[in-house]
Design a protein around this ligand. Sequence first.
Ligand SMILES: NC(=O)c1ccc[n+]([C@@H]2O[C@H](COP(=O)([O-])OP(=O)(O)OC[C@H]3O[C@@H](n4cnc5c(N)ncnc54)[C@H](OP(=O)(O)O)[C@@H]3O)[C@@H](O)[C@H]2O)c1
Length: 389
Amino acid sequence: MAQIQFGDEKENVVTRGEWPLKKAKAALKSETIAILGYGVQGPGQALNLRDNGFKVIVGQRKGTKTWDKAVEDGWVPGKTLFDIEEAAKRGTIIQYLLSDAGQIALWPTIKPHLTKGKCLYFSHGFAITFKEDTGVIPPKDIDVVLVAPKGSGTSLRRLFLQGKGLNSSYAIFQDATGRAKERVISLGIGVGSGYLFETDFRKEVLSDLTGERGVLMGAIAGIFEAQFKCLRKHGHSPSEAFNETVEELTQSLMPLVAENGMDWMYANCSTTAQRGALDWRHKFREAVAPVYEELYKSVESGNEARIVITTCSRPDYRERLEKELAALGNEEIWRAGKAVRALRPVASGKDAPAKKKASKKKASAKRAAPAKRKAAKRAAPRKKRGSRR
Ligand SMILES: NC(=O)c1ccc[n+]([C@@H]2O[C@H](COP(=O)([O-])OP(=O)(O)OC[C@H]3O[C@@H](n4cnc5c(N)ncnc54)[C@H](OP(=O)(O)O)[C@@H]3O)[C@@H](O)[C@H]2O)c1
């Protein structure tokens, strides 16, 4: 295991170099990996494992669109695709990839099949950490591990197909067989992780719930709205407000941060922008710090988990969620965004709006090409201004 200096601390990291696929396959050669659930993580992890040469079966409730999707992806009913209970019975490693609420509902069905020596695998510390609320308490004679890819299952699959990998955290909650470590690391490599960093179930769930409620999703949506509304209130047009709030961030600045860090993005902006940003970042940090404390406490106390369990277990949860998402999409900022996106240069490179109304999936595929070209163009100033690196 490599020790890598991240910021002020050294951490344990497992790379593909030290734990190659060959080693992972040898460690799991006698295992049948049952992926329960074929939502977002299920397909990403199952298909990557299958393509990597592991023995994989899928468990999914029958008569659903998700079952049909699994069939479309090449899983064969009765051979590699079963109902959830049958797959749990057949697997020696059970990857529990139902939604977090689904994991609670199905636990009484799954538990009897977690017989001595099997391995129960999660991609979130939720069910185990909040066991008083979820009731998920595994038998003592099985291994319980976690691999949590740091991103969507869709990205996990896409990056795998490009020969790249998403980084994942891993953890061991219970090592009954003495093989939990080789099992979890081999699974982490098998599902397509670029590298694996060590955590525990509790830290994984606390950081994950804080992150998605915070800067990854909740906070960013709130700050976008606040800025857009401020600009609109002071007479700016929707297109100007959207471009200054979202479009420039996603299309120009965040790719620079991803490439080489925040200071380098600043260094590639005007001195006027740099001066203002360097001054105002402190004010924003101080303004949101108390909100972060409130958020972390709500996560740590289990309050956020209880909200998820109560709301996501309702029979009409999907319909309610869709209503809320539709209301979000209908706000002026996101209606403006739709118009702005339609004006982005098309893949041909001509500065004309897209004529055909493409599906979201197709549109994102179309955007991939210009994004690459933009990234290549952006590499130019790096040499000039970023020469200190
Ligand atoms: N989304 C991500 O990219 C991501 C990233 C990292 C970690 N994770 C973690 O990975 C795990 C899986 O997440 P996910 O986002 O892939 O979940 P998801 O898309 O919400 O999973 C849906 C799956 O669960 C099944 N399911 C839900 N409720 C059920 C019930 N009551 N009975 C039977 N099946 C039920 C669904 O079947 P039907 O289609 O038949 O309803 C579907 O197969 C979670 O622990 C999550 O926190 C997710």
